[in-house]
Ligand binder design. Sequence first.
Ligand code: ATP
Ligand code: MG
Length: 191
Amino acid sequence: MRELAEARDNHRKREDLSRGRRGLLMVNTGNGKGKTTAALGLMLRAHGRGLRVRLFQFLKHENARFGEHRALDALGIPHQGLGDGFTWRSRDLDNTAALAQHGWELARAAILSGEHDLVVLDEFTYPLKYGWVPWAEVQATLQARDPLLHVVITGRDALPELIACADTVSEVQPVKHAYQAGIGAQAGIEH
Ligand code: ATP
Ligand code: MG
């Protein structure tokens, strides 16, 4: 029974590939606001098309309950916070690095599981930039993934190697931000 299902699945994949469907590697980088929210918007679009979507957030604490987490729960989209709740400027860098490595193991397993159509690695540029997760390992995993799996990576300072490898790269440039005018973070806009 299982073999039959697998054969059907492989046949469907071959048909999808011959019709031009491809799994894309997309990167949202730059110093402006909108990288994570653009990835969330893409998740919404993909979910609406019946794609199996999953989000890993490398900086957010596992208990974070931001607006997007509430909305994802309502839609039944799995998401996981893998960070220590602080930022990449966190003081306890050993712990931050260990968390990032553990998070990468989970994300890697999901990428190779064949159970998703879109996997988002939010703020994953930082573990790459600081060398907590080796680029060679990430590249090998991306190359080994199902050819129909879409992957999105967000965060500032994307490695040139990642940019070279990606299919679509967007760089968000800050023109102005409300913070600079002394306006604090707004619920539903920043978190
Ligand atoms: P968002 O989650 O709103 O899409 P982002 O993912 O592009 O933002 P990050 O670099 O992850 O931005 O930073 C997250 C937080 O920092 C957000 O609350 C965002 O409003 C704020 N932020 C982003 N860019 C700037 C900027 N140029 N100046 C000040 N604050 C910023
Ligand atoms: Mg972000």
